[in-house]
Design a protein around this ligand. Structure first.
Ligand code: COA
Length: 166
């Protein structure tokens, strides 16, 4: 069982061998993540095996701020909430190297991302975490952790901030 370290992406990390099985996620990490971060569009965090001096990326996620219109939430949730859009934290991408899949890193990445968004929400406010899933398999992964589909787009899921434990 490996232990992992989580770091903000910078050019010292080895991304060259990363392959999660999804070409778009691979190439995002390889070619776009650093530039998106420099521009302030999001932040990418990477996981490496604890103490790995080569700093080989085993998993990553990208998070940003966003907003959603409350009309896309299930009706019973909306009653007590304002009519205007509300701030959310967004998980844009999350992926694990194939050789490391099925060993708990996906869950660790998700928990790390949720904790980071929860902490940020204490400073700037956020109502929920939203994730846009790419396929049914990814959707099932998030549903397992309590994410619920938005009414306008079944591939977008949300989790209320208040349900993230301290
Ligand atoms: C989806 C992904 C991130 C899961 O990472 P992982 O490290 O393999 O997952 P974990 O080992 O941490 O699994 C945690 C739990 O989620 C479950 N799980 C993992 N993938 C799942 C899936 N696709 N559907 C349903 N449950 C899933 C595991 O069974 C495990 O549950 P358990 O603790 O009850 O056994 C990984 O498979 C991946 O990178 N896939 C390709 C990219 C992708 O689809 N990313 C998500 C969309 S952006």
């Amino acid at each position: 069982m490996h232990r992992f370290e989580f770091h903000l992406l910078d050019k010292s990390f080895d991304r060259t061998s990363f392959d999660c099985g999804n070409i778009l996620l691979n190439s995002y990490l390889m070619t776009r993540a650093r530039q998106a971060q420099t521009k302030g569009f999001n932040r990418t965090y990477v996981a490496i095996i604890e103490g790995d001096s080569e700093k080989v990326v085993q998993g990553f996620y990208a998070i940003s701020m966003g907003q959603i219109d409350l009309s896309v939430l299930p009706e019973e949730t909306i009653k007590s909430l304002p009519k205007h859009p509300v701030p959310v934290g967004r998980i844009g991408r999350l992926a694990v190297n194939k050789s490391m899949q099925g060993k708990g890193l996906g869950q660790e990445l998700l928990v790390n991302a949720l904790n980071r968004i929860r902490d940020a929400s204490k400073a700037i406010g956020a109502f929920a975490v939203v994730v846009d899933t790419k396929d049914d398999s990814a959707k099932k992964f998030y549903e397992k952790f309590g994410f619920i589909a938005l009414t306008n787009d079944p591939m977008s899921l949300y989790l209320p901030i208040e349900s993230i434990p301290e």
